[in-house]
Design a protein around this ligand. Structure first.
Ligand SMILES: [Mn+2]
Length: 473
């Protein structure tokens, strides 16, 4: 039987003619006439089972509501929905788990800040606002993405928000391309709540600042990160910028952990193993000593760092993670692929040994030419460095390919070498270098052109400077 519905437009998708209408709850409507935000509309219809979408033949626009009237209705609904989700019970459970796992005060401050972020997220979700979630393409980033996906699945059981977009981020900054994409997506909507952008595990760098400054004028931003950033006052003014360093913590409180806590206010189940995978993946001191966590971490690192799996969407990854037989199979495959490719690397390695540290270089083309589903070079150099340093102790691994030089340095010698200032010096004296970045143990150089000549000149200079630093030590 068709029911009569009367409500206020809280979000309009002008491209598809789809709207979120708020009666006593949010519902989806496809309309053949154009509706505007805050229109009061009525119609008779039946919602489709899957999407909850109404497609009435006739919609009547009865008048206009006020912003306050709609805000009041949404607030009332969000309050009730929050109770339905078991927010306060979930809060209690996560707090207890967290206090046992991470014994620092920082985590309690982060916990309080995240409660606010979760409330903002729920509000945006039930308003029907468009939401883009960008997560970094590594084990930590995708664990965080998956945690938010779990929370989203729980919310979708109550109301299907059709305006959700997931993006795996392949750069370490919120770059102009990403910003332009997000701006285009959001420009299709008019919504009572500003569009929401969620950033997980990347972006705390100078290169993000122009885009972030523009974005915060137009969107709501929830930004969960653990990368150290010097320019704290700027981002400190953002209410939902949760970087562990800003709360007296450090990178050991991973982005996946932060995103897991954020999500646990909404969905209590299934978040713990994602947090564990994230901690293992980013070598956190809080990482559990568990076989399943390291298996999950290996798989997530593998599928986000391998060309052949780059088209996997978040939903597909979510189904994989929750299928233990498939996970185990993928783990075997990942281990085999890694081992095979590391073997090729080791046999093509050039060794520029010097005293108490081993300096190795590798042309990544050797890996690429023999493998269809090769591992992304940055991920590969970290793995290779792990193997070399386990075998020989302190080591420097330099992997180069196309326009990039990727450098990995053992913790024990990173202070002595001072990689970042070294790379900045090289950038200033070689005009062929476009940019450089990273941290003391992992950094990279980007050349202006893929010419081998200038690239090899820079590689040789790098080796020379590292050797001279090593000799000083
Ligand atoms: Mn991370």
């Amino acid at each position: 039987m068709p029911t009569s519905v009367r409500g206020i437009v809280s979000c309009a998708n002008h491209i598809d003619g789809e709207y979120t209408i708020f009666s006593d709850k949010p519902i989806n409507v496809k309309s053949n006439i154009v509706l505007e935000l805050y229109d009061i509309v009525s119609f008779d219809g039946i919602a489709a089972a899957e999407s909850g979408m109404y497609t009435p033949d006739i919609i009547t626009i009865e008048g206009r509501s006020s912003k306050q009237e709609l805000a009041g209705r949404i607030a009332q609904y969000v309050h009730a929905a929050t109770e339905l989700l078991g927010f306060s019970e979930n809060r209690k459970n996560m707090l207890a788990r967290l206090q046992a796992m991470v014994k620092t005060e920082a985590v309690l401050k982060i916990f309080d800040a995240l409660e606010l972020c979760a409330a903002e997220f729920i509000q945006s979700f039930f308003s029907g606002s468009p939401i883009i979630i960008r997560f970094h393409n590594d084990g930590d980033g995708v664990s965080g993405g998956l945690a938010v996906y779990s929370a989203m699945m729980r919310l979708q059981e109550i109301f299907v928000n059709k305006n959700i977009f997931w993006e795996m981020q392949r750069t370490i900054s919120y770059d102009p391309d990403s910003y332009i994409n997000d701006d285009l997506v959001f420009s299709n909507y008019d919504s009572a709540e500003k569009p929401l952008l969620i950033i997980i595990d990347f972006g705390s760098s100078d290169a993000s600042i122009p885009q972030i400054n523009d974005a915060v004028k137009k969107y709501k931003l929830i930004w969960l990160d653990h990368h150290i950033y010097g320019n704290i006052p700027l981002f400190d003014s953002l209410q939902c910028y949760i970087n562990s360093w800003n709360f007296g913590g450090d990178s050991n409180i991973t982005a996946g952990l932060i995103a897991g806590v954020f999500s646990s206010f909404i969905a209590d189940a299934g978040i713990g193993h994602l947090i564990d995978a994230s901690l293992v993946s980013d070598h956190s001191t809080y990482a559990p000593n568990s076989a399943s966590a390291s298996e999950a971490s290996t798989v997530l690192d593998f599928i986000t760092g391998t060309r052949a799996y780059s088209s996997m969407g978040i939903g597909e990854i979510y189904r994989l993670v929750n299928d233990s037989a498939k996970m185990h199979e993928m783990y075997e495959h990942a281990e085999n692929t890694f081992n095979e490719q590391i073997e090729i690397g080791l046999s093509n390695l050039k060794i520029h040994s010097n005293g108490d540290m081993r300096i190795c270089t590798l042309n990544f083309d050797k890996i690429k030419e023999e493998n269809r589903d090769y591992i992304l070079p940055g991920r590969y150099s970290s793995k290779l460095q792990d193997v070399i340093s386990a075998k020989y102790g302190n080591a420097v691994t330099i992997v180069y390919y196309n326009r990039f030089i990727s450098v990995r340095i053992s913790k024990g010698i990173s202070e002595r070498i001072g990689l970042i200032s070294m790379l900045n010096g090289i950038k200033n004296s070689f005009s062929d270098v476009e940019s450089c970045g990273g941290h003391a143990e992992a950094a990279s150089i980007k050349m202006k052109n893929p010419d081998e000549g200038p690239l090899m000149t820079v590689v040789r200079e790098l080796i020379k400077q590292i050797q001279s630093k090593a000799a000083q030590g």
